[in-house]
Design a protein around this ligand. Structure first.
Ligand code: HEC
Length: 118
């Protein structure tokens, strides 16, 4: 569902751009995207969005599939390990100390805009 909605949004912004009514170039990522689940959305907004929706943070951006693809290829275990133990500029647990593994997997899947392979 989310992928369809994003595609529609993108198509809409492309259409607007094409008509010359909106001079802004279409964004490759949606900086305001939020997980559908309210609890997850809250964690994302409090802990991950600050960096993962901020191009200056050097983090793979939410919805930027190209940036996430090579990371996903490391495997779900490695991603989870990096999320929980930290990795370069990625702080341990993304500053969400009360998050469960399950929630990390859901958050990563949301940001990567695709479910993680198990
Ligand atoms: C203080 C900024 C910051 C916050 C907060 C943050 N991240 Fe990150 N994250 C980063 C940066 C920077 C990277 C890129 C690290 C690299 O590749 O060198 C990253 C990378 C990642 C990666 C990919 C690791 C890999 O192996 O490639 C995952 C997964 C991730 N973050 C998950 C999360 C989750 C989930 C949250 C919220 C609970 C979160 N991050 C919060 C900065 C942040």
């Amino acid at each position: 569902m989310r992928a369809i909605r994003l595609t529609l949004l993108l198509a809409l912004s492309l259409t607007l751009f094409g008509c010359g009514e909106d001079p802004k170039p279409p964004a490759t990522t949606d900086h305001h995207a939020m997980p559908k689940d309210p609890a997850l959305a809250q964690i994302y907004a409090n802990s991950c969005q600050l960096c993962h929706a901020n191009p200056a943070a050097n983090a793979p951006l939410t919805g930027d599939r190209k940036a996430w693809e090579p990371r996903i290829q490391q495997g779900t275990d490695t991603l989870l390990d990096h999320a929980i133990n930290g990795y370069n500029g990625m702080p341990p647990m993304g500053q969400c100390v009360e998050c469960s593994e399950e929630q990390f997997l859901q958050l990563i899947g949301f940001m990567a805009d695709k479910p993680l392979p198990q």
